[in-house]
Structures are given as structure tokens and as C-alpha cells.
Design a protein around this ligand. Structure first.
Ligand SMILES: Cc1cc2nc3c(=O)[nH]c(=O)nc-3n(C[C@H](O)[C@H](O)[C@H](O)COP(=O)(O)OP(=O)(O)OC[C@H]3O[C@@H](n4cnc5c(N)ncnc54)[C@H](O)[C@@H]3O)c2cc1C
Length: 483
């Protein structure tokens, strides 16, 4: 039986049984079509808006399988999606009718405690990474939900609870192994293919399939000082201003956020916040936990909280604290983030107004304190180029009912635009929703102009036919002007 598949030229191609058998013979992992029972058991993507229905899934066990799958797809001109952790907000974790390269079985993590480095395969989740690094009291900077993929997060920037002390994930990348569109396996590091290495640090999945990353690690944990203080949303004006003023003098050890949402009842959260709109301040101190609790105390002294869950906590516990609210395949999500130099009173007033008019309970208006180590990296040192803002604001539309799609998406766009026009002009591609937009949405403003030009040139070199296009897509320079 043949399989009908989507191609790079928006046509369809019939893939014969013989071709599939050849692929099966070449691959040690799984080659699945919708009729296979295992197909139904695939780890679903996060965003319920974009489940995708690939005509063919390859689940490689290693780099050799990835090479076979990429060569197969290129020879048949197939549309390909690469899934690392499957947490793409933009819905780029899958593809309709094309080939899904699902790296779920490639989740190995190998720590070198002496060198303080870690090698991570391209399908590992943050939880896989933290589990191994924390065994040595180390952390490789990543994100704050343990079910997110290391790959997509790191290729787009990667901001987490140690960002101001140790930088973004991209700032800690030392090397990567990449299967490029021509099927060649390349090492990317400061010494080998340095242009590819530069592009991977912020340019997303545009340049090939990263089968492994090597990151620098830092001593953090196993216990860290954590602040988590919940206030009624009615007190938001005061809480935002006090938080902002405290943050202005916070040392780099502090990575913090403030946000407004409503959460359903859960045995893991205090009853005081169940189904109650709240504003939460959260912070982690990357250093001595006792000193950290002293530094975080002013956050706990703001107003009269609904509940304060602060205290020394295992780093791994902090990393998985939000997991249950972001279960795969449950929420529909459309997020848009932007950067602002300072959190002015005017911007706070916008955020508070938006927080009170959220279109769905689970929509999250969240502001991350950036700066510190992030801003000590030069704009052109990595493709990721927002190195001046002290804050990132994200409008995270999350909802259940497909009938609310238009309403929530319109709200996110409007709320985001009001902050964006007061910001640095750049945005964070890892938090970019895609609904009726093209996959190039946001790319132009995500990067410094010179960086985007360089990315387009590197894309033209390594992927001149834009084979890797299910991503925040950077067009090859050879495609000509964007205008
Ligand atoms: C609940 C939730 C929490 C989040 N928290 C954070 C956070 O704290 N900090 C932060 O910075 N971001 C965060 N994000 C955003 C996250 O970084 C992006 O959604 C990221 O793209 C997810 O990566 P992934 O591998 O899980 O996703 P995928 O959907 O698998 O991939 C996303 C993109 O990366 C490409 N890609 C994936 N793996 C590879 C690979 N091995 N080689 C080449 N390309 C690849 C894909 O093709 C796709 O374009 C969060 C997202 C969600 C849904």
C-alpha cells in the first residue's frame, strides 16, 4: 500500500511500499504510518490547537537514523517537521501529511562533572537534563517547565530560573552535532563551522537537525532559595510597582517574574488560590540558599498576600512546579512576547488592565526580569540578539474551547501590541503563536538587522532550498529581498 505525502512544493507524492521498506531497513528506530498502533501512542505535542497528522513518522534512535530519514525526505521532496520536545507554541511540532521526525527516543544526557559540561541528545526534555545534572549539583541553563524540549528551547534562546546569573541556554552552548539538509553530519563549535555554531544560538531549527548539544554547566542546587507569593489581582498596581522597584537593585543571582492568571484547584497548590485571579511574584536565587532567602525577603514583605509558598526548595522541584498546568495536548495556546527596556508606570498600568480583562481564566500575563548575564553578551556574538532589555512581557493566551480561538487570539494580539510599541521593537520567537500567519511571522523583528542578514546568508549556505521550513522560518538570502 502506498502512502500519499505532502511535498515541499505543496503537491502530493505517492511513496511506495518498497520505498518504505527500504527506509525501515535503514532505520533502527520506528517508521510508523497512521495505521500502526504505535502511531497512536506517540508523545503528543503541547499545543492542542496544532496536533498535526503526519503521513509518516520516523522515531530515530540515533544520528544514523536521522541521516537516513533526512536523505529519504530529501530524495522524495517531503515536507518535514522536526520534533524535539514538542512544546512549540507556534504549532511547529508536527505537520499535516508530511514526515515527522520525532526525536523522543533520543533523550540521552551525559554529564562530565570534572569539565562541568553536559552532552544532551536532541529529543531530551528539560526534566531529563536536570535529573542528570542535579545529581552532580550542576545546572545547564534552560527553561521553567520540565516537560519542554531542550532542543527547541535552546535553539531559540532559552530563558529560565538561572538566566541572570548564568545567561540564556544559547549563551552556554559549547558545541552541537547537526544533520544538515544535504544529509551531512557537521560539528558546530567556536572552532568548527563557527558560522553554523553562531546561527544555532538563536536561529531555531532552520539549519538542520541537532542530534546533540554540549552545554556548559554551573553549580546550582540541589537546594535553592525560592520565592512564590500570591496576591489578589485587586492589589496588582501596588504589587507590580513594589516588585519592579525591588528588581532594580536585585543582584544577578536573582531571576524573577511577575504574572497574573487563574488556576484550577489542585492538590499541589494552596486552596487560597484555587479559581481565584491572582498576581504572583516568583524568584529563584542562584547561590547560597540562606543568603538567597534574605535577598528575596522584600518580595515577601509586599502587601498582604493570599498565600506565600516561599522557602528553600530542591531545584528540581522548582523546575517541575508548573508542569501540571501545562499538560501536553490539553490547552490551546497562542502567545506573543516582547521586550521593554524598563517597566514604566505606564506599562504597568497596561499590564494590570490587561490582567483584569483576560479572555480566558488560563490566559497568563507574565513579565520576566531579564538583564544581568544576558545583557553582558554582545548583540552580534550570538544570533539571539536582544541584549539591552531588562524585561520581557509575554501575553500567554491559553484556553480550552475551540470556539474561543478568535476571541483569545485577537485579545493577545491587541494586548501585545500595546506593550510592543513601548518596547525595544524585538520579540521572542520561542513565545510566538502562529494561527492564520505564515511561519515567518515575527522573524524580521526578532533579530537585530545585521544578525538577520547573516542568518539568511548562513541559511542559504546550509539549506539553500529551505528544506527545514517547519520552524520560525528564516528564508535563504538567495530567495531575495523580504520586501
Ligand atoms: C508550557 C511551556 C513552557 C515554556 N517555558 C519556557 C521557558 O521557561 N523558557 C523558554 O525560553 N521557553 C519556554 N517555552 C517555549 C519553548 O522554548 C519553545 O516552545 C520551544 O520551541 C520548545 O522546544 P521543543 O523542542 O519542546 O519544541 P518542538 O515543538 O519539538 O520544536 C520547536 C521548534 O524547534 C525545532 N526543533 C526541535 N528540536 C530540534 C532539533 N533537535 N534540531 C533542530 N530543530 C529542532 C522544531 O523543528 C520547531 O521548529 C515554553 C513553552 C511551553 C509550551
Amino acid at each position: 500500500m502506498t502512502v500519499t505525502m505532502a511535498t515541499l512544493t505543496n503537491t502530493e507524492v505517492e511513496i511506495s511500499d518498497e520505498s518504505l521498506d527500504e527506509l525501515r531497513a535503514a532505520v533502527r528506530g520506528d517508521v510508523l504510518t497512521p495505521g500502526d498502533a504505535e502511531y497512536l501512542r506517540l508523545r503528543p505535542p503541547y499545543n492542542a490547537m496544532h496536533p498535526g497528522k503526519p503521513a509518516l513518522v520516523v522515531r530515530p534512535t540515533g544520528t544514523a537514523d536521522v541521516v537516513s530519514a533526512i536523505n529519504f525526505a530529501r530524495e522524495h521532496q517531503l515536507l518535514v517537521a522536526v520534533r524535539g520536545g514538542g512544546h512549540s507554541i507556534a504549532g511547529l511540532s508536527s505537520v499535516d501529511g508530511g514526515l515527522l521526525l520525532d526525536l523522543a527516543r533520543m533523550n540521552g544526557v551525559d554529564v562530565d562533572p570534572e569539565a562541568r559540561t553536559v552532552r544532551v541528545q536532541g529529543g531530551a526534555l528539560i526534566g531529563d537534563l536536570d535529573h542528570e545534572t542535579q545529581a552532580f549539583g550542576l545546572v545547564a541553563p534552560s527553561g521553567i517547565v520540565s516537560d519542554t524540549g531542550v532542543a527547541g528551547l535552546s535553539l531559540g534562546g532559552g530563558e529560565g530560573w538561572v538566566r541572570r546569573k548564568h545567561g540564556m541556554a544559547v549563551d552556554n552552548l559549547l558545541a552541537a552535532q547537526v544533520v544538515c539538509a544535504d544529509g551531512q553530519v557537521r560539528t558546530a563549535s567556536a572552532d568548527t563551522n563557527p558560522d553554523l555554531f553562531w546561527a544555532l544560538r538563536g536561529g531555531g531549527g532552520n539549519f538542520g537537525v541537532v542530534t546533540s548539544f554540549t552545554f556548559r554547566c554551573h553549580p546550582v542546587g540541589p537546594t535553592v532559595a525560592f520565592a512564590g507569593v500570591f496576591h489578589p489581582v485587586e492589589d496588582a498596581e501596588n504589587v507590580y510597582r513594589r516588585f519592579r522597584d525591588w528588581a532594580a537593585t536585585a543582584p544577578d543571582e536573582v531571576s524573577a517574574l511577575i504574572g497574573c492568571t487563574t488556576l484550577p484547584p489542585s492538590e499541589h497548590t494552596p486552596p487560597e488560590i484555587h479559581d481565584t485571579p491572582f498576581v504572583v511574584t516568583g524568584a529563584v536565587y542562584s547561590g547560597d540558599p540562606d543568603e538567597g532567602m534574605r535577598v528575596l525577603q522584600p518580595l515577601r514583605d509586599i502587601g498582604t498576600p493570599l498565600v506565600d509558598i516561599s522557602g528553600p526548595l530542591p531545584f528540581s522541584g522548582v523546575q517541575s512546579a508548573f508542569d501540571e498546568f501545562f499538560r501536553r495536548g490539553t490547552l490551546r495556546s497562542y502567545w506573543k512576547a516582547t521586550y521593554v527596556e524598563e517597566l514604566t508606570d505606564e506599562i504597568i498600568d497596561i499590564l494590570v488592565t490587561k490582567a483584569r480583562s483576560r479572555p480566558s481564566k488560563r490566559t497568563f500575563v507574565v513579565t520576566f526580569l531579564m538583564g544581568g548575564a544576558i545583557n553582558r553578551v554582545g548583540v552580534e556574538e550570538t544570533a539571539y540578539s536582544e541584549r539591552s532589555a531588562n524585561w520581557m512581557v509575554s501575553m500567554d493566551g491559553n484556553w480550552d474551547d475551540p470556539r474561543d480561538d478568535d476571541k483569545v487570539i485577537a485579545w493577545v494580539r491587541g494586548a501585545w501590541a500595546e506593550v510592543h510599541e513601548r518596547g525595544t521593537g524585538s520579540l521572542y520567537l520561542n513565545f510566538t503563536g502562529v494561527a492564520d500567519e505564515a511561519v515567518t511571522v515575527g522573524v524580521e523583528s526578532a533579530f537585530d538587522k545585521a544578525n538577520l542578514q547573516r542568518l539568511e546568508e548562513i541559511k542559504a549556505h546550509y539549506d539553500p532550498d529551505n528544506f527545514f521550513r517547519r520552524n520560525n522560518n528564516i528564508l535563504p538570502a538567495s530567495y531575495g529581498s523580504r520586501d
